[in-house]
Design a binder for this molecule. Structure first.
Ligand code: B12
Ligand code: SF4
Length: 455
């Protein structure tokens, strides 16, 4: 079996989700399984040749995961299915991307889903595939948890998912990732891995009613808002996909760290701790690894500004320990998202401009205290969240943002060269927002695959 995933050319980071899935498959079924990292530059014809060589006379079973909305890979799946392969869509958003946008059957312009390209979809933890692979000739176990499949009468079968089970998250093979070199598959040496400590995001567990402004292009002299029940940030796909399913126990986290390859310095390669509040548990991770003689080179964190400020005491304790262990703590990304309060409110970020600025002050102060063991800036490879353009931009919001940039010298170390435009995935809360506007204003926005073109 092979799992195809989207990748950036020339990079050397791991793909934790697909690589865990391939590990679970090899450990629990008779199948071998590799992950193929496909960049936008790779030719589809070369990949088809490589897959033909890999499978030989066997019927190909090909999983697709984390495709980042890439049309070329969805098309490839359709082509492979037409040629007789079993193609399955799995990983984050596979359920909503297979099933299509809400009520697409009655709204012709909405995203219809990729059910024609895939034999079926499987959303949720990888181990759900085990019973299917034990019956490979038919792939017909309709009881399989997490399965989505159109039945012969055109209705959608959608089975509830299994809860996440830590036992399947302890082992990760890091030598199962391959890339394409002409028409050959070559092992991809990973120099930055990931370790899962939290499934989803605690902020996505908070349900609350919010009001999101109409896009400024609809402003007709008075405030108009859409009221929605939110869970997490309004643009966030992870909030919808995973919600919040809790923290891993320390043994599971340590087992994953143990699986990481060693770098040239005989320490574990740098890794990203997947945890939206990673500063909080960092001290324990450092302490437990050091007790077991596991040497770490660098841990990359992502953080929300408010939790970062709240966790200052624990982070300081962790930095002290990191310094004594010679481990670098790298703040890879803080989700500031904007420096204007109106836009932050519409993103339902749950923080204000003042919170973001306080966090920046603390980040910079820590650099003075831990110059060798705390990294956070653009020069360190960090990519802090800054979403622009958005549907709520006005001359005033832009001026507000520019004033903050100048006053606090943010472009020096914090603001990335390129902002990320607001991307509305059809299943995000902003997808509901835009559908509400479409219905009440009698307007339609174009769809680009899984994305709604709000601009
Ligand atoms: C860490 C991370 C990264 C890391 C590492 C990449 C990686 N995929 O490991 C870095 C920083 C490099 C990264 C970059 C990007 N990322 Co990223 N990233 C994440 C993040 C935060 C965690 C992923 C993870 O490891 N989760 C833990 C694992 C264990 O869970 P999982 O991925 O869901 O996998 C489980 C199951 O889904 C299942 N499964 C997964 N694949 C398969 C395949 C088969 C066949 C089966 C049966 C099961 C199965 O098994 C796994 C174990 O149970 C997710 C968001 C999230 N919280 O999930 C986004 C996420 C994966 N990233 C995303 C995106 C868009 C990107 C970027 C394109 C962003 C950008 N514009 O630069 C890049 C490109 C990534 C690439 N593919 O090359 C999207 C993918 C959307 C999609 N459906 O395709 C996600 C889901 C965030 C989102 N927007 O919702 N990312
Ligand atoms: S954007 Fe970050 S903080 Fe907001 S819900 Fe998503 S994962 Fe959580």
């Amino acid at each position: 079996m092979a799992i195809v995933a989207s990748y950036f050319a020339g990079e050397t980071y791991g793909l934790l989700g697909p690589q865990v899935a391939a590990t679970v498959i090899e450990e629990n079924t008779p199948y071998d399984c590799i992950v193929i990292a496909v960049s936008r530059e790779d030719e589809t014809s070369s990949l088809m040749q490589a897959l033909a060589d890999f499978f030989g006379p066997r019927r190909p079973t090909i999983g697709f995961s984390t495709l980042s909305g890439r049309q070329d890979l969805f098309q490839l799946a359709g082509q492979l299915k037409a040629e007789g392969a079993i193609t399955l869509l799995a990983g984050p958003q596979s359920d909503v991307d297979y099933a299509g946008e809400r009520d697409w059957q009655v709204h012709n312009h909405r995203f219809k889903g990729f059910s024609r390209e895939f034999s079926f979809a499987l959303h949720g933890p990888a181990e759900q595939i085990i019973p299917l692979l034990k019956n490979p000739d038919t792939f017909s176990d309709t009881q399989t948890p997490g399965l989505l499949e159109y039945t012969d009468d055109g209705s959608l079968l959608r089975n509830p998912e299994k809860p996440w089970d830590n036992r399947f998250l302890r082992k990760v093979k890091w030598n199962n990732l391959f890339s394409l070199k002409e028409t050959r598959l070559e092992p991809l040496k990973i120099t930055a891995g990931q370790v899962l400590q939290e499934i989803g995001c605690p902020y996505a567990a908070k349900e609350k009613w919010i009001e999101i402004d109409y896009p400024v292009s609809f402003f007709q002299g008075h405030d108009r808002k859409v009221k929605l029940l939110s869970k997490g940030c309004s643009f966030c796909d992870v909030a919808v996909d995973k919600g919040f399913c809790g923290l891993m126990d320390m043994e599971t986290v340590l087992a994953q760290i143990q699986c990481l390859p060693d770098g040239n310095d005989e320490r574990k390669i740098p890794f990203e701790l997947i945890n939206e509040n990673g500063c909080a548990g960092l001290y324990d991770v450092l302490l437990e690894t050091s007790k077991r003689g596991i040497m770490l080179s660098q841990i990359t964190l992502t953080a929300r500004a408010d939790w970062f400020i709240k966790g200052e005491g624990r982070l300081r304790k962790a930095l002290k320990l990191a310094r004594s262990l010679g481990t670098e703590v790298h703040l890879g990304s803080m989700g500031f998202e904007s420096f204007d309060n109106t836009i932050l409110k519409n993103l339902n970020k749950g923080v204000t401009l003042e919170t973001n600025l306080r966090a920046i002050q603390l980040i910079r102060q820590l650099k003075e205290e831990y110059p060798e063991h705390w990294a956070y800036s653009r020069a360190d490879g960090s990519m802090h969240g800054f979403i622009h353009p958005t549907p709520w931009d006005t001359a005033q919001t832009w001026q507000n943002i520019q004033t903050v940039f100048r006053k606090h010298s943010l472009p020096l170390d914090i603001i990335p060269d390129h902002s990320i435009p607001l991307i509305i995935h059809h299943a995000s809360l902003l997808g509901d927002w835009i559908r509400h506007i479409e219905e009440s204003e009698g307007k339609t926005f174009k769809r680009l695959g899984t994305i709604i073109e709000w601009w």
